[in-house]
Design a protein. Sequence first.
Length: 223
Amino acid sequence: MKLYLVPTPIGNLEDITLRAIRVLSEVDAILAEDTRTSGTLLKHLNISKPLYAHHAHNEHAGVAGIVKLIKEGKSLALISDAGTPGISDPGFLLVKACVEQGIEVETLPGSTALIPALVNSGFPIDRFVFEGFLPHKKGRQTRWKAIAEEERTTVLYESPHRLVKALEQMVEFVGADRPVMVARELSKMHEQMVRGTAAEVLAYFSAHPDKVRGEIVIVISGK
């Protein structure tokens, strides 16, 4: 009985590991953030397993039942829509519950968006801060002001429809001259890295709204 956390590709399907394929083939069932998205991936991998939804809206209610299944002798794998479960995706509550109940948790290394973007940025990465998604409203300005004083490289996730607004706030609170890189569509055909000062990157995406799409990672140089 065990819980496996299995990273899945963030774009390029070749980024699935042989170990991930083996584990997904061997477990009794798979917990997925979106069963339709994950169903497509599993079909591509020729894996047929019971698939159960485990997402932000049912995470609290579903943990006890999942723990019970594992204690009854089942091995389950948790996957998200893309990347490593628990990184700005469901997973933390389930892992916490399993650890508290003495259930073994095995996390496979693999795809995640923040590390390729961070390494590609050219900013110092011996020490860095991962902020995930900033709050939409309450506390957002406070986080921006903290980032402005942060000496380490900062990594953020952002949705396409909020990117320009985020860059505007970065110019306002962090500074127009702060070096930044926006990475989008990592590992996909239209992968793009846009580098420059906060003001320059804002100007680029303001002038090219067609480029504001896909999964987005923002990397900000330290103060």
